[in-house]
Design a protein. Structure first.
Length: 502
């Protein structure tokens, strides 16, 4: 495995990158409230993870800012819905999509700097993010109602779909662009307004996307952005009666807290929470395909995705061969700063993320696991941890219960299909699950028995604008993207027209 390019990691790394932006006005540190960019005396720092240096300081919104944003979004939303059609909202989204694509290099640079993922991954994320806007530009025109045969004579019964209203959007740092667009796209398509609390680790991408949304012609008060580190202020989104819906992606702990707070005003909720994805390799699998799948869904974003393979269950007969093949690929990863073209594995987001990987590795080793590759954090200033493969991991290891959210591939061995399913389902989480097998019967059986919201069979890649994204159990509820994504931002109204003979 390659070492870190210390030249690229020097303190002026991000300054040089920001100077090279084609449109420097996309790097914004203000909030966007009531249609105006708003600076603040109070700011918080955002770090560049490969050097652990401050990338910039962003306006730290307070309670009054959130209240103003919510009030303004609430006044603007009915006018927006009344003055647009699905087709015209779709056209606005399409324009926003085009601007994102035109500015993809700059957005990817900003994203790469604040998140740490490689530039190639950042570019991929910008295109992925834009695909949700394109998808919901189309879906905006498909908000069908139904006519229902009434059981009462001389009566017509039909349904319409209306926007839920003001949506509080709370997003994570691991996908600074895609988690914004996967929520804001359907919200705007439905005719809602949004107040976004972007992640405090990665607010710059959201602010750049917002600038492009306004340039696309989306009415300014329909999209409001309140960056903050102030938990009390952000809580306003979950308690203010003018907010009708919360969409949150993040940890199960925070999701449960938001659900309790939102219960006070019975807000509609979409919660995309933690995962603990099993990745099962059966002895009838194509092992090269399985390794390719593991590389993608374990090491994408340095292991920091909710759908990451967290537990690799490999059938005993193929465990040695699979491990050797995986180690060969992992050893070829090149750790370094995201903007360095040689880098194929970026840093983690912050120090506590590195500490969690260290804890999971130490715990697994103390219970008998063996390091096949990696296993430690390099001695430098950035938030790096070596891509790591452990074998012989046991069911009592911390990593079997808790998602690492880092570049650790722990290999557990199993003997039978029944055992693999039992182990895979032995968790309170149920976001994603993967397995590899060339047996069609087994493929059908296991896909049905895994207690998750999303299954990858012979692939580690399950995310796309058209694919329903969301979990079961304590991984949350609601579906994002796909033909279901718009519904989460709508209410169904029924209209009964009676006494038509009168
Ligand atoms: C997530 O980690 O929450 C999102 C991952 C994805 O969209 O693939």
């Amino acid at each position: 495995m390659g070492s870190i390019d210390t030249k690229a990691s020097s303190a002026d790394y991000h300054e040089r990158a920001l100077t090279a932006l084609k449109d420097k006005s996309l790097f914004i540190s203000d909030a966007f409230i009531d249609g105006k960019w708003k600076s603040s005396d109070k700011t918080f720092p955002v770090y560049e993870p490969s050097t652990a240096t401050v990338l910039g300081k962003v306006a730290d919104c307070d309670l009054a800012d959130f209240q103003n944003a919510i009030k303004s979004a609430s006044e603007a939303q009915p006018k927006f819905f009344a003055s647009t059609t699905g087709t015209s909202r779709g056209a606005l989204l399409r324009k926003w999509y085009e601007l994102i694509i035109q500015n993809q290099d700059d957005i990817a640079t900003i994203l790469c700097l604040e998140n740490g993922k490689t530039y190639a991954e950042a570019k991929g994320e910008v295109v992925y993010a834009a695909s949700f806007i394109a998808w919901f530009a189309e879906e905006a025109t498909r908000a069908y109602g139904v006519t229902i045969p009434s059981s009462t004579p001389h009566t017509t019964l039909y349904t319409t779909r209306e926007p839920v209203g003001v949506c509080g959007i709370i997003t994570p740092w691991n996908f600074p662009a895609a988690m914004i667009t996967r929520k804001v796209g359907p919200a705007l398509a439905a005719g809602c307004s949004v107040v976004i609390k972007p992640p405090s680790e990665t607010p710059f991408t959201c602010l750049a996307l917002t600038k492009l949304a306004v340039e696309a012609g989306i009415p300014p008060a329909i999209i409001q952005v309140c960056p903050t580190k102030n938990r009390e202020a952000a809580t306003e989104l979950a308690t203010n009666p003018l907010v009708n819906k919360i969409s949150f992606t993040g940890s199960t702990g925070v999701g449960k807290m938001l659900a309790k707070l939102a219960a006070g005003t019975l807000k509609k909720l979409s919660l995309e929470l933690g995962g603990n994805a099993p990745f099962i390799v059966f002895d009838d699998a194509d092992l090269d395909l399985a390794v390719e799948g593991a590389m993608f869904c374990k090491f994408r974003c340095t292991g920091q995705t909710c759908v990451c393979a967290n537990r690799l269950y490999v059938q005993k007969g193929v465990a040695k061969e699979f491990t050797a093949k995986l180690v060969k690929k992992v050893a070829a990863l090149q750790m370094g700063p995201g903007l360095d073209t040689k880098t194929t594995q970026g840093p983690l987001v912050n120090k506590s993320a590195v500490d969690k990987v260290k804890e999971h590795v130490a715990d697994a080793l103390s219970k008998g696991a063996k390091v096949e590759f990696g296993g430690s954090a390099p001695d430098n200033s950035g938030f790096f941890f070596e891509p790591t493969v452990l074998s012989g991991v046991t069911a009592d290891a911390l990593v079997s219960k808790d998602e690492t959210f880092g570049p650790l591939a722990p290999i557990f061995e199993f003997e039978t299909e029944e055992e693999a399913i039992k182990l895979a389902n032995d968790t309170e989480f149920g976001l994603a699950g993967y397995f590899f097998s060339r047996n069609i019967g087994r493929a059908m059986r296991v896909a049905q028995r895994l207690q998750v919201g999303m299954v990858g069979v012979n692939t580690g890649k399950i995310s796309a604008a058209e694919a329903p994204f969301g979990g079961v159990k304590e991984s949350g509820y609601g579906k994002e993207g796909s033909l279901y994504g718009l519904e989460d931002y709508q209410i169904i109204k029924s209209v009964t027209i009676g006494n038509q003979d009168a």
